[in-house]
Design a protein around this ligand. Sequence first.
Ligand SMILES: CC(C)(COP(=O)(O)OP(=O)(O)OC[C@H]1O[C@@H](n2cnc3c(N)ncnc32)[C@H](O)[C@@H]1OP(=O)(O)O)[C@@H](O)C(=O)NCCC(=O)NCCS
Length: 189
Amino acid sequence: MRGIVSREARILVLPIERDDLEARVRWLNDPEVQETLSFDAPVSLSRTVRWFERAILDPNRRDFTIWQREPRRRIGMAGLLGIDYRSRKAEVYVTIGEKECWGQGFATEAYEWIETYAFEELGLERLFLYTLAENSGTQRIMEKLQWKREGCLRRDAWSHGETKDRIVYGLLRSEWLRRNGWEALAQRR
Ligand SMILES: CC(C)(COP(=O)(O)OP(=O)(O)OC[C@H]1O[C@@H](n2cnc3c(N)ncnc32)[C@H](O)[C@@H]1OP(=O)(O)O)[C@@H](O)C(=O)NCCC(=O)NCCS
């Protein structure tokens, strides 16, 4: 892919394959990973296989596995959901499943990769992301990458026995171009 792939190129982001599912299930069933997510756990491998068979054929989503380059191993997952080719927008998700990798900038790099993929390869105009209000790590990344905090959705998501607030962040293609120093391109529409 052209453009910025990953600033320090410590990661590879590859389309999800059948062989990635065991790791995905292990991460999603880890209580510490789950703590800042909102979905129905536990997740089974057989259900995940069925999900995978539908997901890879769905034109409105793209799912990836994040690999660390050295040592070469799977460390997380990322993707675009609800890709709307008419409005040119999609929701982003990034999770680093290998906990010893937290705090080393891997998710930030994965967001940078997915921004480039969405804006350059898919020609999208807007990315957005929902995160629980208590998810300080993701909010710190959004701040670092200059996504706009667009609002707080009160009691929006069920997580660990209660409805919790979620924050919505957004990034426009023009903002992404400016952030990368391509002012002239940002003004062209
Ligand atoms: C949230 C998550 C994706 C962050 O991944 P990561 O690889 O650790 O992220 P990065 O290292 O790129 O950046 C995290 C930043 O948040 C900061 N941070 C992490 N936890 C924090 C906390 N509890 N409070 C404040 N800041 C925090 C880190 O210090 C870092 O900022 P810095 O670069 O200024 O030091 C990862 O912890 C994760 O997958 N958690 C479980 C599932 C999840 O929450 N997924 C996202 C759902 S929206």
